[in-house]
Design a binder for this molecule. Sequence first.
Ligand code: ATP
Length: 364
Amino acid sequence: MKSNRVYRIALFDGDGIGPEIMAPTRSILDMVAERIGRKLEFDSLPAGARHYAETGESLPASSIAAARDADAILLSAMGLPNIRKKDGTEITPQIDLRFALGLYAGVRPVKLYAGQPTPLADPRVFETDFVLIRESTEGLFAHMHEGQVVDNSYATETLRITRATSEKLFDFAFRLAQRRAVKRGIPGRVTCVDKANVFRSFWFFRSIFEERAKAFPDIAADSAYVDAFAMWMVQKPWEFDVVVTENMFGDILSDLGAGIMGSLGLAPSADIGDENAVFQPCHGSAPDIAGKGIANPLAMFLSASLMLDWLAGEHDDAALGEGAAIIDDAVSAVIREGTILTGDLGGTANTKQMSDAVMSRVAA
Ligand code: ATP
């Protein structure tokens, strides 16, 4: 197919297993672009722990500027435990990017693929396919370096909810539900998770949610308290569609989601703002297995799929949505078949074998 639209993708190869899982992801994206008649131009940008060790900079201003200019940003795992800043903290350019680019919506899909390991026994768990949206710039993290311990007798932290960010966050959640409803052929639903029965800030959060819900009458809207919702995530995770919550609750619930999914190697993520979006696997740079060629590349492939899906919506380009589905279907088929799986999924395959298995389905 002749390519008529070009998308510029900023790439951060990352540290540890990062480059090992980025290389096959790039090949898969090239194959998908060819199939759907689009062109992807990749720009590899320096950042990360290795870069810091070599240059003293973890995320150069020139990399931020180039990432800001790109249509989307694809990022592999970053940071290494033995390379730290002078104050002892790890290198985290992926977090710095969230603040630099105002990426307020942390998108954490919780989806299970038939045949994958999961700690839950109910067979309906394989129908689980919801998206948790974690507000990523405020809530209990808004003043994260300003908490106080007073006279060694008490400590305080501040939770901040703003109308401006909450409105954008809820609109994002409802629009995502609309797109998922079309794709899945079932009515959309957004659930706001909070603690509005106890905290005024969460009552404010919920009241803004209810206001914004009125603008999306085609999408069902309901709310849940975070404690009950945590229980339901274990008891009936297949019942949810889009779930939206505050930063700290999202931090905890997204790990619960990863727990249900059984393996970090299958969990993609996105951090989305008004102008920019970063896509990356939920896992870290896995230094314990780096260089061995055995990392599971699927979370990285699924992050690339999420990126195409987001670009499809941003540019009203359905072909990119088809590209996302090609990757998702290929991953799903490899897991269902169950013969070529990496160690974390109970198999013995290496990164190359697993990548080749997905690629052969992408090429089909
Ligand atoms: P970070 O703090 O950077 O998120 P982390 O300390 O949570 O990192 P990870 O790097 O995510 O740790 O690794 C946690 C464990 O999961 C390690 O044992 C690692 O080998 C394993 N792991 C992570 N990603 C993968 C992967 N893609 N394939 C196989 N195993 C993985």
